[in-house]
Every structure is written in C-alpha cells, then in structure tokens.
Design a binder for this molecule. Structure first.
Ligand code: AMP
Ligand code: GLY
Length: 426
C-alpha cells in the first residue's frame, strides 16, 4: 500500500521510521516532511492543510492510507473532506472527523464532553464577550493560581497560569477584548489549578474498540530542573515509573473507557489517536487536556517502544478490528532529548548547517529530525526544535547518558539541550 504521512516534525520522522518497517508499506510519501523523513520516503512539497492539493496527489500516486500527524488538518476537517468525496472515500485516513477533533480544537467542547460523561477534570466556567463582566466577578473570587485557556487552537500558547487576580483579569481582558488569540480566544475557559505530576497517555481507537500505546512523560520547560519558559517539549521518557498497573487501571476505567464510549454514544466518527494529558492528584488521575493526535516529543519514545506493525495497526483501526489486536512493547526504557536552536522558545536563527549527522550511531540510539531541511547537499536548521536523540537502556540514567553521548557528536551554531531529562526518576 502507498502511504501519505502529513506533517514535518520529530513526531513525523518517528512515524515515518516506524511505517517503513512494515512489509505492508510499498511507498511512503511525507507532506511536507523534513530532512530526516526524506531518508524514509519521498518528501512532497504540499501543505498538510492544502486539501485540494492532497486530493490530486493521492489520486496520482494511488495512496491507500493517509496518516495525519498534526492537529490542524484534523480540526479543519480532512477526514470529512475525504469521506465526502467519492474519489477519495476508499482511502483510509487515520485521525478523527472535525467533530472528534474538537476534543483538542475547543477547550469548551472538551470540558462539556467530560461533564456529560463524568470524566474527572478540573472544575471550570466558560466565558465570552456576552458574559464578560460576570467573568471578571468570577475571577475576583477565584482561588489562586487561576488557569485561563483560550478555547481554540493557539499554537500551544493558549493556556496561561495566573498567580494573582490582577494578572488573571488583565489576561482575561486581553483574550476576550484585546483579541490576543484572535478567533481562538473568543471563548475562555477559567479553570481550577491542579497540583500533581503529569503524564501523556496515548489511545488508538477505531470508534468502537481501543488499544493503549506506551505512555510517556514530556519535559516542557526550556531549562534544567523544569525552569524557564514553556516550549513544545525538550525531551521525553517512556515508560513512566509512577504509571504502574494500578494507576493505569484507574485511567482506563475512569477516563479511557468513558471517553471512547462517549464518542460512540454521541455518534462522533473517531478513528485515530486520543492523546490524554493526565495529571496525578494524590492517587487519582484527572484530565488536563485532550489532543486528537500523538505528542511531540513523546512519539519519539512511543514509536521506538511499540513492537506491533504500525501499518497493520492502522488497518485494524480503519476496519474496526482493534479488539483483535494486542499491543506489544519493548520493556526497556526509552529516553529522548531534543536539541533546539539558540534562543528558542524566543527568536532564533534558521539555516545553520548541522554537522555530525552521518556518524554511525550505536544500535540502541536513534536520531530523529524535527526542524531540519535539505539545502543543496547540506542539512540545515529550519525550526526551534531541530532534532532529537532517542536511546534505549535498562535505566533512565543510562538512556539519557547514551543520548547525550550522541548529541555531543552533533553540532550547529547555538545548539542547546537539557541534560536532565527524566531527572526525577534517577
Ligand atoms: P495545554 O495547552 O492544555 O496542554 O496546557 C498546557 C499546560 O498547562 C499543561 O501541560 C499543564 O502543565 C498546564 N495546565 C493546564 N491546565 C492546568 C490545570 N487545570 N492545573 C494545572 N496546570 C494546568
Ligand atoms: N508534547 C506535548 C504535545 O505534543 O502537545
């Protein structure tokens, strides 16, 4: 089968690396891809939201399956677009319909969905310009800190945690009156702050059945010891030591089961990933957020640990046969460290040559590209998160150490990475 993968980050390089290991994959195309995905298949110069362009490409290359990496095409309705077109209907698109993608695309929708299905999450209220003054009164009486969430997609910047009432009201005003996030901020969810440790849980559902993939923990702050501004993710580990059988059992029973059942009860077409951001408060799991895709950099540890054939898994998803699938995992510990451009998550330079990529790495280390591109014959930086190195070992300490060894041999001007990924589990 010919497969088209959409996206261009480290997540997509890890997916591409995994897809081409399947004997069911005859040809892999990645739109638009990066310099790393170009080593797994053919990069195609098309945006993942150019649905008409993707249609023409799928018909020309006889694509049988489209795997959607990022959330944007899903929220914009790529699944519905393919389902509505007789010429495209037979192509399996891995991802939810636009309605299902609202779990990520609208915080207000996801909170109401959790309410309807008794799924544990932080207490909240929803406000817009119509009940703005009521919102201000609500904020004045709210316990601190206060979590404000822009309703729509805001490139990962839509959540603001406010330490004072003055800050919260100012932020609330910026979102609702100042148009800070544009249309995405036309509704705001005000949420209770939860204290605990976070975990990323990945479910693949066919709309009726589901499987649980290896869980992961990501490290979002730019600085060591979890200090400094938030980023897209500086590293990840899998498995997560506190996600033992008992805790995963609670997540399954209280969160995963009612989520999958809720989608089906509400007739929401969902054949794809559900990424559940879970927080452990005391001994209990609560949902921080849903995403309708895999995480980045979590995928760079989840895919290496997954032993199943990924194309077969996706076929079972499309054909609603996931009840017949058993997930097999590599029991070793995987850790990934992300190397970023100097200045990230603020402004940074692009187009810097990367050296050391053609070294022969140890068998238990993998290099995944994120913000890289080919320029003539050289590979240069093209984003904030440039690449990541995943290593396997028996302990977190050794896995981190192996990834650091590899990173010491890779260089570009201004390269920075955290040396303490997984630090609380050492
Ligand atoms: P999100 O964009 O929903 O992933 O939120 C970004 C981050 O904000 C999460 O990963 C959490 O670390 C934090 N966060 C979101 N909601 C809450 C909450 N209710 N309590 C504490 N932290 C939160
Ligand atoms: N690593 C978090 C995310 O992908 O949203």
């Amino acid at each position: 089968m010919n497969i088209l993968l959409l996206g261009s980050g480290g997540r997509e390089h890890a997916l591409a690396w995994k897809l081409i290991q399947s004997s069911l994959c005859s040809a892999l195309f990645i739109a638009p891809g990066n310099a790393g995905t170009a080593r797994c298949g053919t990069n195609v110069d098309l945006s993942s939201t150019d649905f008409d362009g993707l249609k023409k490409f799928c018909l020309k290359e006889k694509i049988g399956m489209v795997v959607v990496g990022p959330e944007e095409p899903l929220v914009k309705g790529i699944v519905d677009f393919f389902a509505a077109d007789p010429a495209l209907r037979e192509i399996h698109v891995i991802g939810p319909s636009a309605k299902g993608a609202l779990l990520e695309g609208s915080k207000a929708f996801s909170k109401k969905f959790m309410d309807r299905h008794n799924i544990p999450t932080a207490a909240y209220r929803e406000f817009n310009t119509a009940n703005y003054s009521e919102g201000v009164l609500y904020l004045q009486q709210h316990s601190l800190p206060i979590v404000l969430k822009a309703d729509g997609l805001a490139a990962g910047k839509g959540v603001v945690i406010c330490q004072s009432h003055i800050e919260a009201i100012a932020e609330f005003e910026l979102m609702l009156q100042g148009n800070k996030f544009g249309e995405a901020g036309s509704k705001v969810v005000v949420e209770e702050f939860l204290t605990g440790i976070e975990l990323s849980v990945f479910v693949l559902t066919d709309g009726r059945n589901y499987v649980i993939l290896p869980e992961a923990k990501d490290y979002k702050r730019v600085g060591e010891g979890d200090k400094g501004p938030n980023t897209g993710g500086m590293g990840a580990v899998s498995p997560v030591p506190f996600a033992d059988e008992s805790f995963m059992g609670k997540i399954t029973e209280r969160i995963i089961e009612p989520t999958v059942k809720g989608l089906s009860l509400e007739n929401i077409d969902y054949k794809g990933f559900i990424f559940i951001g879970v927080i452990k408060v005391g001994e209990d799991p609560l949902v921080i957020e849903y995403n309708c895709r895999l995480g980045d950099p979590e995928t760079e540890v989840v895919m290496p640990r997954l032993k199943n054939d990924l194309v077969e898994l996706f076929r079972a998803t499309a054909e609603q046969r996931l009840d017949q699938v058993i997930i097999e995992k590599d029991e070793r510990i995987a850790c990934t460290i992300v190397a970023v451009s100097g200045g990230y998550p603020g402004s940074y330079e692009k187009g810097l040559p990367i050296t050391g990529l053609d070294t022969a790495w140890p068998a238990d280390s993998l290099v995944f590209h994120a913000g890289t591109k080919l320029q003539k014959d050289a590979i240069v930086t093209s984003g904030g998160r440039v690449l990541c190195v995943t290593s396997f070992a028996e302990t977190v300490y050794e896995a981190v150490d192996k990834s650091r060894d590899v990173l010491e041999q890779i260089n570009f001007e201004g390269i920075y990475y955290r040396r303490d990924i997984g630090y609380e589990f050492l």
